[in-house]
Design a protein around this ligand. Structure first.
Ligand SMILES: Nc1nc2c(ncn2[C@@H]2O[C@H](COP(=O)(O)OP(=O)(O)OP(=O)(O)O)[C@@H](O)[C@H]2O)c(=O)[nH]1
Ligand SMILES: [Mg+2]
Length: 460
């Protein structure tokens, strides 16, 4: 990605809106503004920063294209850290395009996707984790996701990661100080203490890693599927959870054929839920294709949760028993659910219990059991005492993998020390710290050096 030149782009969404905002960033910003913006009073150069100034956006000949507001931001004190400006104009498609075109003709280059954020990162205005949290926030699909993501920036998690990094730095510093200055009166870190301290950090990292499941459930959603024999009430539950009559429901067995997917909110987590055709042996050509698709989805390794529906108003037949058996091989978590509990129960519930230990009971007619089902699903991913406001859940795949690598490097440290290679542990620890700090994009080499000298008055 190019990072030089002055860039401009429309920062509001495409389409017609009340206003549109055009952002400009780079050292040529003042020169460009002088050409394109004429304040109602005075000149652009004397407009104060961080104040909205009303005026005209003008073409090469000084003719008005539109009128709007200009906000200037000073070098070092803007989002990107560069000289910046935002022009708000009328939000028509054509007006916005003309204003942007004018800014480009006055000397700016069209920004590449993410280039403003990239510049903010390069100029130290935001770290990687913050940039990623903003990117995720823009894609948030629920209120809970917004709360979690907007609290990531200064959240519990980044604090915890920094605390781990600091403790590891101190540990490394003490190791090096002893090795590098053996004549000084410094305490060696004995093997047991070293191993114990590293193990403590491993378990803390492991705890953070374990929050990823919940973090993903809140932000990206859990891939889930509703499975069952024909007429077991799959589409009815699907519609109930979606809150709309999305799927066709009839008393005819074999109504649903296509896979129908929708994102539904279950408490604070999201499910990307798929309704499927009833599983059984069919001779109907179209239904057979639907069943094949359903089976593929239910037994896919991507599917994490299977809501397996069994009709309580009928006796279990071969179909149901075969399905129960087959579900044992599904990679996803199977949650058995007895449906239509408003009807007299004819199903052998003991059979269900015998095979799955427990099951949920629901009726979409009375709504009985649905809240309990939702609570149970939510609890699979998020315990009730977790506060999303704390920002304490890992949501980002890159950060997850950095933490996993850190944990593995720390495990290497433990193995190395236990097999008598303590001299090598410093290097491994450094690698672990560098990897840990990659989670928010910090560099480490210089930091270790500084740390050694700021914490130890070596030789003096
Ligand atoms: N009494 C009662 N009837 C229900 C309930 N849930 C579904 N039904 C009825 O059961 C029949 C089948 O419901 P569907 O939701 O279409 O079942 P399905 O599993 O999607 O069926 P297929 O798509 O054919 O596999 C319909 O007549 C529904 O009205 C319930 O909780 N109570
Ligand atoms: Mg159906």
């Amino acid at each position: 990605m190019l990072l030089d030149g002055t860039i401009a782009a429309v920062s509001t969404p495409k389409g017609i809106g009340g206003i549109a905002v055009i952002r400009i960033s780079g050292e040529d910003t003042p020169r460009i503004l002088k050409k394109v913006f004429r304040p109602l009073k005075g000149d652009v150069a004397s407009c104060p920063v961080r104040f909205a100034v009303y005026g005209d956006i003008i073409d090469e000949n000084g003719h008005r294209i539109d009128s709007g507001l200009l906000v200037k931001f000073a070098y070092g004190k803007s989002f990107t850290g560069e000289e910046m400006a935002e022009i708000s104009c009328h939000g028509g498609v054509m007006v916005t395009a003309l204003v942007l075109k004018r800014v480009l003709s006055a000397g700016a280059r069209h920004a590449e996707p993410g280039e403003f954020s990239r510049r903010a990162f390069v100029n130290g205005k935001q770290n990687l984790a913050e940039a990623e949290a903003v990117a995720d926030l823009l894609e948030a699909k629920s209120e809970s996701a917004v709360i979690l993501l907007s609290n990531q920036k200064d959240g519990k998690l980044s604090k915890e990661i920094q605390e781990i990094a600091t403790r590891l730095l101190v540990l490394t510093a003490s190791l090096y100080a002893y090795i590098d200055y053996p004549d000084e009166d410094l305490q060696d870190v004995d093997d047991d203490t070293l191993v114990q301290k590293v193990r403590d950090e491993i378990s803390r990292i492991q705890e953070i890693l374990s929050t990823y499941r919940g973090g993903r459930a809140v932000t990206a959603g859990v891939p889930a599927v509703i499975a069952g024999t024909p007429n077991s009430g799959k589409s009815s539950l699907f519609n109930y959870l979606v809150g709309e009559e999305k799927a066709i429901v009839t008393e005819v067995a074999g109504t649903t054929r296509d896979l129908l997917e929708y994102t539904v909110k279950v408490g604070r987590v999201l499910l990307t839920l798929t309704d499927t055709a009833g599983l059984h042996k069919s001779d109907d050509l179209v239904e057979k294709i639907g069943i094949a698709k359903a089976e593929e989805k239910v037994f896919s390794s991507e599917t994490q949760l299977i809501l397996a529906l069994f009709d309580s108003s009928r006796r279990f037949e071969k179909n149901e028993l075969e399905l129960m058996e087959k579900l044992r091989t599904a990679p996803g978590k199977v949650m058995p659910i007895l449906t239509k509990t408003d009807q007299p129960c004819l199903a052998d519930t003991e059979e269900l219990k015998r095979r799955f230990c427990s099951y949920e009971m629901i009726s979409v007619i009375t709504g009985d059991g649905i809240q309990a089902l939702k609570n149970k699903i939510e609890a699979l991913y998020l315990s009730s005492d977790i506060r999303l406001e704390d920002g304490g859940l890992l949501v980002n795949a890159r950060q997850f993998s950095c933490l996993e690598k850190t944990r593995d490097l720390l495990l290497d440290v433990v193995h190395t020390v236990l097999s008598g290679g303590k001299e090598l542990s410093g290097i491994l620890l450094e690698q672990a710290i560098a990897t840990l700090q990659e989670t928010d994009g910090r560099q480490v080499g210089e930091q270790i050096v500084q740390n050694i000298f700021s914490r130890f008055c070596v030789g003096k």
